[in-house]
Design a protein around this ligand. Sequence first.
Ligand code: SF4
Length: 268
Amino acid sequence: MPVAKTSAAKSPTGKTKSQPKPVVKASRPAKPKASKTKAAKGGYDPVAPERVKDILNRLDQRYPNVRCALHHNNAWELLIATILSAQCTDVMVNKVTPGLFQKYPMPQAMAAASQEELEPILRPTGFYRNKAKSVVGASKAIVENFGGQVPDEMDKLLTLPGVARKTANVVLGSWFGQAVGVVVDTHVHRISRRLELTKADDPKTIEQDLMKVIPQPKWIDFSHQIIHHGRALCIARRPKCAECPLENICHAADKTWSTVEIHKAAQP
Ligand code: SF4
């Protein structure tokens, strides 16, 4: 029997509903690892290819032609902007980078700067001491080890100070057009778990899980679309489920409105 919640909820039309929410709790959440067995038995499989394809199609319809929101003119600017975007909004990064790149237009100029010089400029992005250290260090490494050019290989990108897989995937996907991995930022982390595409809680394992269930040609678009979705609807607190194109195939435990069964394990 469904377990109805009684708090006010919004319908897909935006009107307040007086009826109890049709949110129901699943007694036994699905386990992605047992997907083949469950599928064979006709049970719910959150990573079944047809469900994943449905999710991707709906994202394509809702967020067509999505692009990286960080303003940039070349691979180096994108790399620096992505380093600055950690724990910061893209809007704020886009406010800081025009002045930054006007003062330091090339990796060589930033490599010659001191960390202390950069700190006041990067202050609005938060964690500015570490970020100043990273951008100067990355610029130096690009100049000294890669002839001033941002490398287009994962292994080489990972040698740059302040660059982990997320930043490397952004640069490879958004600038070089290479689907080497899936960008796992805070939005992808949260929403992949809500959608039961992974049960992991660390970015590395989440990325591996997503690479297993999402076709490689969709890796770049998926990240962009989920990041947009995370900003527009599937926000961290009180997601706008009544407006969500994925609503009737999403069983997230913290949905604010649901027409389908809720799965306790589908936690953000
Ligand atoms: S239904 Fe709600 S929780 Fe699920 S993806 Fe949409 S906004 Fe996120």
